[in-house]
Design a protein around this ligand. Structure first.
Ligand code: DDH
Length: 272
């Protein structure tokens, strides 16, 4: 049975590899994206998908276009798995997201171990469960309600777009959402409200919103948080109140990572 010291040792090793001169923004933002994509396939009705199983190791899920580029995060974590072979990939990937958020200045997200890796492809959820960046608020609500999230949790979760950027060769989109892509903060909301956004079509054929100086961007699915009145009210609140965002984000991201993870009374109490 692994102890909390064992998990602390893994946390330390994850921390060490997050800053990386050769990788733009380091590995922090992409570890957050990996934790989210590993978890965000959950379907509350069928109780399928989610981070238990680490099914992105299998071709069905790793080849979902939404997961393009996440091999970079999985490969970066592989030496840590080799050093600590007792940890499941599901635990390692979700823990990497939690450690990254903290390292980049964000809140402490509650995290518990206990994910068990699936042994074959049949456990993988079907492709297409993650949100489509071209789509609007109706699609966003449909996808996140399927995971079991309400409006407030959805708005809190999208604040993670304060981190990192879009890469043309991965998603077809390009650029960062904020001027501080390696700092976890409430700038996504501040900039969504304060910049003047103009729609542009990129040479990859996708639509994106750019600010006047063409220095930062929003996806159509981000811009929906500006145009939908219910979403916008919460965006305004988080833009003004960073602490409210941090509290709500920590709770919502912690809930996301738990989706579909079976809990016995033993692991229930083993919070790390
Ligand atoms: Fe996201 N995201 N995301 N996202 N995401 C991308 C990058 C990152 C959508 C689309 C994209 C969340 C929600 C949504 C992060 C975290 C989170 C990219 C660019 C696209 C496209 C990928 C690339 O080109 O490298 C859409 C659509 C949604 C939606 O909700 C409708 C959520 C909920 C999270 C979260 O973590 C809670 C992070 C971090 C990145 C930056 C990755 C990087 O490499 O940098």
């Amino acid at each position: 049975m692994s102890t909390s010291e064992d998990y602390d040792a893994v946390r330390e090793d994850i921390k060490k590899i997050i800053p990386n001169e050769e990788v733009k923004d380091g590995f922090g933002p992409i570890f957050v994206r990996l934790a989210w994509h590993a978890s965000g396939t959950y379907d509350i009705n069928t109780k399928t998908g989610g981070s238990n199983g680490a099914t992105m190791r299998f071709h069905t899920e790793s080849s979902d276009a939404a997961n393009n580029g996440l091999d970079i995060a999985r490969d970066a974590l592989e030496p840590i798995r080799e050093k600590h072979p007792w940890i499941s990939y599901g635990d390692l990937w979700t823990l990497a997201g939690v450690v990254a958020i903290k390292e980049l200045g964000g809140p402490t997200v509650p995290w518990k171990p206990g994910r068990i890796d699936a042994t074959d492809e049949s456990a993988a959820p079907p492709n297409g469960r993650l949100p489509d960046a071209e789509k609007d608020e109706q699609h966003i609500r449909q996808v996140f309600n399927r995971m079991g999230f309400n409006d407030r949790e959805i708005v809190a979760l999208i604040g993670a777009h304060c981190l990192g950027r879009c890469h043309k060769d991965r998603s077809g989109y390009e650029g960062a959402w904020t001027f501080t892509p390696t700092r976890f903060n409430n700038q996504f909301y501040v900039l969504l409200l304060s910049q003047n956004w103009t729609e542009k079509v990129l040479d990859t054929g996708v639509k994106q919103f750019k600010n006047d100086k063409d220095t930062i961007m929003m996806l159509p699915a981000d811009y929906a948080f500006f145009t939908d009145p219910e979403f916008k009210k919460i965006v305004e609140e988080y833009a003004k109140d960073k602490q409210a965002f941090f509290n709500d984000f920590a709770a919502a991201f912690g809930k996301l990572l738990e989706l579909g993870v079976p809990r016995s009374s033993d692991t229930e109490t083993a919070t790390c």
